[in-house]
Design a protein around this ligand. Sequence first.
Ligand code: B12
Length: 229
Amino acid sequence: MDPTQQKTASHFQETFLKFDIDAIPACAQQMIDSQMGIQDFLDACMPLMETIGKRYESGEYYLPELVAAGEMFKTASAIFNNQIKGDKAVLREKLGKIVLGTPKGDIHNLGKDIFGVLAEANGFEVHDLGIDVPPEKFIEAIEQTQATVLGMSSLLTTAFEHMKDVVNRLEKKGLRQNVFVIIGGGATEQSLVEKLCVDSQTRDAYEGIKLIKNFIQNKKESKPCRKHA
Ligand code: B12
């Protein structure tokens, strides 16, 4: 980031932590005007979300602050997402289909939406099932679309059992080896790859796209699960 971009990002962060919701659209626009991309935006936002989360956990903030942070993030990311979507005209043949969603019990969608927009901008056909998605809906969507990638996003640890349920159902239907299962979102970590029998995990939307492209380009077979929970 150049000094102007740095200043613009700092101004955005100060505005965010003051919960000055009305000033957020102008700040986000300033970031775009100073040629900042979505990765710069995420670099500015992720520490903020971390701070808000920690303050909520320690009892300094309550649910209204969590809600306000979500709203401010949504407002700002919509401005960046629209810009990315505007560039989509250049897009050509689809690379593949991705079924995406936040599993049952979890209503966080901000990171999932960013990943979805980036995936579309990178040439994927994204079928976003939304939030609080029951396991059977994921399976239905994979059967209907014949998607070869399943992305699940989670910010709550309680969603893991539902992710595992989805994987088990894929196996029972004989679909598991055809589908690359990738999980993301703040609650996920690398150790879950083995525990949930998924293929990949990341907390970085860009890395997620790279991992999926790598899978598609190498036409790797998705590994069937070794363990049954
Ligand atoms: C905003 C927020 C909310 C908003 C969500 C708004 C929305 N529309 O999503 C609201 C207010 C609704 C909310 C509600 C709750 N929340 Co909340 N929330 C947050 C907060 C502050 C930020 C989350 C966020 O959006 N981060 C920014 C995004 C961009 O990050 P991300 O999701 O990780 O996404 C990035 C990558 O992971 C990746 N990615 C994301 N998905 C995917 C998917 C794939 C396939 C790939 C490849 C990549 C990928 O791409 C993104 C960009 O790189 C976090 C704190 C934190 N540290 O995260 C708490 C947090 C997640 N919430 C928490 C809690 C406890 C709750 C509530 C239970 C509170 C309550 N008592 O009601 C409820 C849950 C309701 C429910 N049933 O889901 C806890 C979760 C603890 C846990 N791990 O289980 C946290 C960690 C706060 C804390 N420290 O206590 N929350």
